[in-house]
Design a binder for this molecule. Structure first.
Ligand code: ATP
Ligand code: MG
Length: 376
């Protein structure tokens, strides 16, 4: 069986059960047929596996809310049974030095953690002729004393931590084909948000927004169920090019994205807009220009990458698995919107005035959107 530990949700007081149930639902969605039974026990979730250890590992490693997990053996709450099982586990391993690390969650168990360490350690030392080394053990045998059973394992697989997707409600993420916005979306999932993706593309240049869709599918491995809007945007782009001086185009363009995202938020009942902005990374991301862009949104705009360097963002993108997709060539719908000398200090009043010259029906744009649902 698999023993799953979660971190932060353990500290949520009364909401704890809500958080735990959400994580259980997500785990069961992700594992599907691989899981026979899922059980909750104080501070941990236990999954009885059907088959496919590697596949299970790959899936659990992507689920927000899991701190770490281990493939474990279950024993009775009985020191003799624990000794016997620990010995079996040790017999299957190659090592010369070892230690036992016991955690006693259940204080009714008659032996302290230290005593369990000593008793089980002694058993393995004598029967297998191995040496105890508390500082540099080659093998650590973990023993957890739970409320109904004890669990024995030798390896902890790292999860991504954070909160289970769903506990914080919905957000609308502006997803481009670039490196940053997929990472921003993923960070919001990791904080428990259900992320709805909105991607704009110029349908005259890009037949189908395949790249954005590929990113959505990748991110769905963590989210498990996703909704994405793909919005053809050529008319609006041409309108902006006609009405707005080159150096302000990007700002006006992004204000329209924010406005449409707000409309979609009201349809989907989302509570915030997410972008991949990182302060100062490009001209549209100076403080002045972000002010001009975010001004178009009535919902709060969250930019989880605001304080990260490009290098750090790329590292995250590689870990998440979106980097390889993001760097594929793509006729980015806004590459021709980028001016040679973009404004770095736009003024909100002026920008609003320029924007007012653009006559376009946002509802019509939203009606043209392709809304797609994804399941794992
Ligand atoms: P990214 O790597 O996420 O594309 P970037 O550094 O290239 O970011 P910009 O192109 O200025 O920066 O975009 C800033 C943010 O605006 C993006 O992170 C994204 O949230 C949003 N955005 C840009 N282009 C689009 C698009 N075509 N569709 C939806 N959102 C977009
Ligand atoms: Mg971009």
């Amino acid at each position: 069986m698999i023993l799953i530990h979660y971190g932060e949700i353990g500290t949520k007081g009364k909401n704890r059960a809500v958080f735990e149930n959400c994580l259980i639902r997500n785990i069961s969605k992700a594992l599907g047929e691989c899981a026979k039974k899922i059980r909750r026990e104080y501070g941990r979730i236990i999954v009885f596996e059907e088959n496919g250890k590697e596949e299970i590992k790959r899936k659990l490693e992507k689920i927000p809310g899991i701190e770490n997990f281990s493939f474990a053996r279950e024993t009775k709450l009985d020191i003799e049974d624990i000794k016997r099982r620990a010995l079996e586990v040790a017999k299957g391993k190659k090592f010369t030095t070892f230690k036992i690390s016991t955690k006693r969650g259940n204080k009714d168990f008659p032996y302290s953690s230290m005593q369990v360490n000593e008793i089980v350690g002694e058993e393995i030392r004598k029967k297998l002729r191995k040496k105890v080394d508390l500082e540099n053990a080659e093998l650590t045998i973990f023993i957890e004393i739970g409320s109904k059973n004890a669990y024995i394992y030798t390896e902890k697989c790292e999860g991504i931590g954070g909160l289970p997707v769903g506990v914080e409600g919905k957000v609308i993420s502006l997803l481009s084909g670039g490196i940053d916005s997929p990472v921003a979306s993923w960070l919001m999932m990791k904080r428990g948000c259900n992320v709805i993706f909105v991607h704009f593309y110029n349908e005259k240049l890009v037949a189908k927004p395949n790249k954005a869709e590929e990113i959505v599918k990748k991110l769905n491995e963590s989210q498990l169920e996703s909704i994405a809007y793909y919005i053809p945007f050529a008319d609006l782009q041409y309108e902006i090019i006609k009405e707005v001086p080159a150096k302000y185009r990007m700002i006006v363009y992004r204000r329209f994205m924010a406005k449409i995202a707000n409309e979609i938020a009201s349809i989907e009942k989302a509570k915030a807009i997410v972008t991949g902005d990182s302060l100062g990374q490009v001209a549209s991301q100076t403080l002045e220009n972000l002010l001009c862009i975010y001004d178009a949104s009535s919902l709060p705009v969250l930019s989880p990458l605001i304080g990260f360097d490009k290098k750090e963002i790329i590292e995250m993108a590689k870990k998440i698995g979106t980097y390889e997709i993001s760097i594929k060539p793509y006729e980015d719908c806004c590459s021709f919107m980028v001016a040679k000398h973009p404004a770095t200090k736009a003024n909100v009043e002026e920008i609003r005035e320029m924007e007012s010259r653009i006559k376009i029906d946002l509802d019509k744009i939203i009606k043209k959107a392709d809304r797609k649902e994804y399941k794992l």
